[in-house]
Design a protein around this ligand. Structure first.
Ligand SMILES: Cc1cc2nc3c(=O)[nH]c(=O)nc-3n(C[C@H](O)[C@H](O)[C@H](O)COP(=O)(O)OP(=O)(O)OC[C@H]3O[C@@H](n4cnc5c(N)ncnc54)[C@H](O)[C@@H]3O)c2cc1C
Length: 372
């Protein structure tokens, strides 16, 4: 039987798969194929994000990925300045202090604001919200633009892109992965990259690797019509206690209750309870009227047990490379993460985008070492 033989097969063509495929091609990774289960890449989590770049999002362990990615995204014209406001009530004072302390030496820039300054950013704020932290650097990301950029770069670099190509079997025989898709196509590859998002553990099990406990968590967003209209320069507003965030989008408001409901990997849909919770929480923040819900959606944010992403070769399964667990920061970290992932896979030298990153933080071997 004559089958195509590739150097690398990337499973998944969301932000993770597209970006690492492009970087691998750029670094001379050889013959590369990218296999996507759906009709079009970006259908799952990548197409459902809230589209912000926020220095602190994901915690201090993620900052080394976020900061250089921000430079790249800004240089390529994918960021629009917005600013972020973490707000709190008197009882959140300790949480505010803890937040500032947590990021003290991380390289992010946070400023404390008094009530008058907060009101300038957020008119109609209810009186109990008396303290805030301001992050000037926060920006909106053109998510579709970044994704398309990487898909195009991958294509130009010779990556073969196959949609409707769900990998249903992967078996390692004599240093080659024998891969079968659900439509019965077969191919072989020396290295398999697991960029399957919420399905990352399923793909690992399929390939005979140990699952790492990457858990998809559902996150809901509602698009609201409000009176007043959200000011165009409204920042991203986040609750310091993690109960909501919202930001303006083309005259509407995008609001999330910051939910994290465990889910199997699937085509996620919003639950009415989460929508109601989001609106209730929002109405406790400002005195605006909610006129209606234009649309609502949900997506799966997938986290490893320590909530750091997983980039690197599996310690127990030769030729199996993890590029998963991007959680709620997979867009804003994509440029540095993908460059790092490709460098790790090919044994290439670091460059200015990745030189300050400690790859051990994201190495899948950390779970094996932990369990000893
Ligand atoms: C509501 C919400 C808001 C968010 N907001 C932000 C934000 O503001 N900023 C930010 O940086 N991040 C945000 N995120 C997180 C970000 O969207 C994700 O980290 C990122 O999209 C993950 O990309 P991915 O490629 O890993 O996953 P996906 O986009 O889900 O891609 C995985 C792909 O793998 C495919 N696949 C799975 N199994 C197989 C198989 N067996 N064979 C072939 N293909 C397969 C799937 O079809 C899918 O297309 C948000 C997420 C959500 C849900």
């Amino acid at each position: 039987m004559n089958e195509d033989i590739y150097d690398i097969a990337v499973v998944g063509a969301g932000m993770a798969g597209a970006s690492i495929a492009a970087e691998l091609a750029q670094l001379g990774g050889g013959a590369i194929v990218m296999l996507e289960a759906e009709d079009r890449p970006g259908y799952h989590t990548t197409g459902r994000s809230a589209a912000f770049w926020e220095e602190c999002y994901g915690g201090p362990e993620i900052v080394p990925l976020t900061l250089p990615s921000g430079t790249w995204l800004r240089e390529h014209g994918f960021l629009t300045p917005r600013g972020a406001l973490y707000i709190g009530r008197a009882e959140d004072s300790a949480a505010m202090d803890a937040f500032v302390a947590r990021f003290a030496n991380s390289g992010v820039s946070i400023e404390r604001l008094d009530r008058a300054s907060i009101e300038r950013h957020l008119p109609g704020l209810r009186p109990e919200w008396c303290m805030a932290l301001w992050e000037e650097a926060c920006a909106d990301i053109d998510v579709a633009g970044v994704h398309q950029h990487y898909l195009a770069a991958a294509r130009q670099g010779g990556v073969e892109q196959r949609n409707r190509a769900r990998v249903s079997q992967a078996e390692r025989v004599s240093d080659l992965w024998h891969i079968t898709t659900e439509h019965g196509d077969t191919l072989r590859a020396r290295i398999l990259v697991n960029a399957a998002g919420a399905w990352a553990d399923n793909v690992a099990r399929m390939a005979g690797a140990a699952a790492l406990g990457i858990q998809p968590l559902r996150r809901t967003v509602v698009q609201l019509r409000t009176d007043p209209l959200p000011p165009v320069d409204l920042p991203l507003v986040l609750d310091i206690s993690g109960q909501f965030y919202f930001k303006p989008e083309s005259g509407r408001l995008w609001l999330s209750p910051h939910d994290e409901e465990p889910s199997p990997p699937c085509d996620a849909a919003p639950e009415e309870l989460a929508v109601a919770q989001a609106i209730d929480r929002f109405e406790h923040v400002v005195d605006w009227r909610v006129l209606g819900v234009d649309r609502k959606w949900a997506g799966l944010r997938s986290f490893a047990p320590d909530r750091a992403p997983v980039y690197g070769f599996d310690p127990g399964t030769p030729g199996f490379f993890w590029f998963a667990g991007q959680g709620g920061f997979g867009i804003q970290t994509a440029p540095a993460a993908a460059r790092l992932g490709a460098q790790l896979l090919l044994g290439a030298e670091r460059d200015e985008l990745t030189q300050a990153i400690d790859a051990a933080l994201y190495d899948p071997a950390r779970f094996v070492l932990d369990s000893r």
